[in-house]
Design a protein around this ligand. Structure first.
Ligand code: CMC
Length: 433
């Protein structure tokens, strides 16, 4: 790689040498810009899992996996977790700046006044089986918003996009809480404008028409923290999905619905549910922590220590650090203990001393401790990933908007290396063996 004001990387191939510009981000990360590779050489890159591929330039989130750094729009996650709130962080991500007092007041007002969902959309839930996974329900309902807001579905119209973004942020807690109420056969509880964002969600989840339900402020605060910590994480699987779907000029509702589906899998957002199921299995005595860890390390098994490891973090995930502390604080504020928290601490202790994990740089990720707090809030296990989606929503919206505003915008369309049959001739069925 040449070192100059215009650094270049040279590819020597087939007796030729072709140079490509090396671009540098604001935090010093460098990339070879191969956008002209095929034009200049006829070659494409092959990078399964996009492990080495930068798909875009982005000004939203900075993540340094080696040093365990996460910043939204330049602000360290630790400061946002300590001093901000989720709606403010949503504003920061979607509009690029922390709101003034007046801007925040307006944003909060607008969000609060768009929380109800169309009564016809409520009936949509009835068509879905009660035992559906709430992620399936949320993805379907969010996708259906495109049918209810056709006037907000033009990706080229900034006003419509902002209208769609506002409705998504406002309605997501309602959609999520209704997916839970539907699953347990309880009546839907309407949103309440006197409550703030996390408290309103808890109210819709746990209130019934039969009695007063007061949201415990410590629980609403804990939920707000979880939402902040999940709000963005640059080009992860679901965000890349939202970008890819949006790149076909599909509307924001449809793109976010696809993002919810991508998040569902246990290697991504679904890991928070899988962590608790794993801890419960150990608690039931089906495994001891030691026997479970042996299984994890045995390559004959496909068992993984869920909530551990990360494609980008090769150090402690800073969100896991914050959540581990918050678990202790939430449990002590509630005057409770949780056996699963003790098991998680024990597993972490074993892992951080074990060469298998140390040599592979596997540390707890955001999902390792988040479920302990969700449990303390009374959130059922199958709703954990839905809460991840609620948190990640501003990030998805911010990336969708950023992609559309990018002068380099193009439909996402990777290449492949074909390894199938060469040309062969069609045979009539009677001739086939
Ligand atoms: N338990 C045991 N071994 C692991 C784990 C784990 N949790 N994670 C990675 N490894 C091993 C893996 O077997 C491989 O070993 P080897 O080199 O001997 O084949 C090595 O570590 C590298 O793993 P990888 O699968 O190639 O790494 P990746 O970057 O493709 O995968 C990951 C990252 C997050 C999918 C993976 O670490 C994993 O499956 N973790 C458990 C699921 C999880 O907690 N997911 C949540 C991710 S954070 C939040 C989010 O993105 O939603």
């Amino acid at each position: 790689m040449a070192e100059s004001n215009n650094p270049q990387a040279t590819l020597a191939w087939d007796g030729k040498a072709v140079s490509f510009p090396v671009v540098e981000g604001s935090e010093g990360e460098r990339a070879v810009d191969v956008s002209n590779l095929r034009g200049q050489t006829g070659l494409v890159t092959l990078d399964p899992g996009f492990v080495n591929t930068g798909a875009c330039r982005s000004a939203i989130t900075f993540l340094d996996g080696e040093r365990g750094i996460l910043r939204y729009r330049g602000y360290p996650i630790e400061q946002l977790a300590e001093y901000s709130n989720f709606l403010e962080v949503a504003h920061l991500l979607i509009y690029g700046r922390l709101p003034s007092e007046k801007e925040f007041g307006r944003f909060e007002y607008e969000v609060k006044h768009h929380t109800m969902i169309h009564e016809d959309l409520k009936r949509f839930y009835e068509a879905l089986p009660k035992d559906s996974h709430p992620m399936a329900v949320c993805s379907a309902v969010v996708g259906a918003l495109s049918a209810f807001y056709k006037e907000l579905a033009d990706p080229r119209n900034a006003e419509q996009v902002d209208g769609a973004a506002l409705r998504l942020v406002a309605k997501m807690p309602t959609i999520a809480a209704y997916s839970y109420k539907h699953s347990i056969g309880q009546p839907f509880v309407y949103p309440m404008n006197s409550l703030d964002y996390p408290a309103d969600f808890l109210h819709m989840m746990f209130a019934t028409p039969c009695e007063e339900y007061a949201v415990e402020p410590a629980l609403a605060k804990a939920l707000d923290l979880l939402l902040i910590l999940h709000a963005d994480h640059e080009q992860n699987c679901s965000t890349s999905t939202v970008r890819l779907v949006g790149s076909s000029m599909a509307n924001l509702f449809a793109s976010v619905s696809a993002g919810i589906s991508a998040l569902w899998g246990p290697l991504h957002g679904g890991a928070n549910q899988a962590v608790i199921e794993m801890l419960e299995e150990i608690e039931r005595g089906a495994e001891t922590p030691a026997s479970f860890m042996s299984k994890v390390k045995d390559k004959k098994n496909s068992v993984r220590l869920m909530g551990f490891g990360h494609r980008v973090y090769k150090n402690f995930d800073p969100r896991a650090r914050i959540l581990k502390k918050a678990c202790g604080e939430v449990l002590s504020a509630l005057g409770r203990t949780d056996r699963l928290f003790d098991i998680a601490l024990g597993l972490e202790e074993i892992a951080l001393k074990d060469d298998y994990f140390v040599s592979r740089k596997l540390y707890p990720n955001v999902d390792f401790y988040s479920g302990i707090i969700y449990r303390a809030l009374g959130i059922p296990t199958n709703m954990f990933t839905v809460l991840f989606a609620m948190g990640r929503l501003p990030g998805w919206i911010a990336h969708w908007k950023e992609m559309h505003a990018d002068p380099a915008f193009k439909i996402g369309r990777p290449r492949q290396i074909y390894i199938g049959e060469k040309r062969r001739e069609y045979q009539a069925v009677s001739l086939r063996t």
